[in-house]
Design a protein around this ligand. Structure first.
Ligand SMILES: [Zn+2]
Ligand SMILES: [Zn+2]
Length: 123
């Protein structure tokens, strides 16, 4: 996979948003419309402070993800229990994607655990 060194949000933009996402609700199926409704409900009820301005609902027809994205391409998805919105990360180094529920991503730096930038140790 072709991944350049970009900010986290730009990588996500390349990897996911460029793969044919839509904001057109007529392209959402019933399942996706319900997820979008749950996203909006959680967005109304709970703070999602990683999402700032220009927040929109998107559906990616390739991945099946329904998500919120702000103008800086921060991305929020529903957690497994649909009780809150959690941030979706994509490792800038290798493109691995996940949330705090996946044990793939270090949520402190947004890189995957293998490429975590939090403790750079000199050998
Ligand atoms: Zn990585
Ligand atoms: Zn880290």
């Amino acid at each position: 996979m072709l991944i350049h060194k970009h900010s986290l949000s730009e990588v996500y933009y390349e990897v996911v948003l460029m793969e044919n996402p839509t904001r057109d609700l007529t392209k959402f199926g019933n399942r996706e419309l319900k997820i979008a409704g749950q996203l909006l409900q959680q967005y109304a009820e709970n703070s999602t402070n990683f999402l700032t301005h220009g927040v929109e609902v998107w559906f990616n027809m390739n991945s099946g993800y329904v998500f919120l994205s702000d103008e800086e391409y921060n991305v929020g998805v529903l957690n497994r229990n649909c009780t809150k919105i959690i941030q979706f990360y994509s490792c800038p180094e290798c493109g691995k994607e996940g949330t705090e529920e996946d044990d793939i991503i270090c949520i402190n730096c947004g890189y995957c655990k293998e490429h975590c930038q939090c403790k750079i140790v000199n050998d």
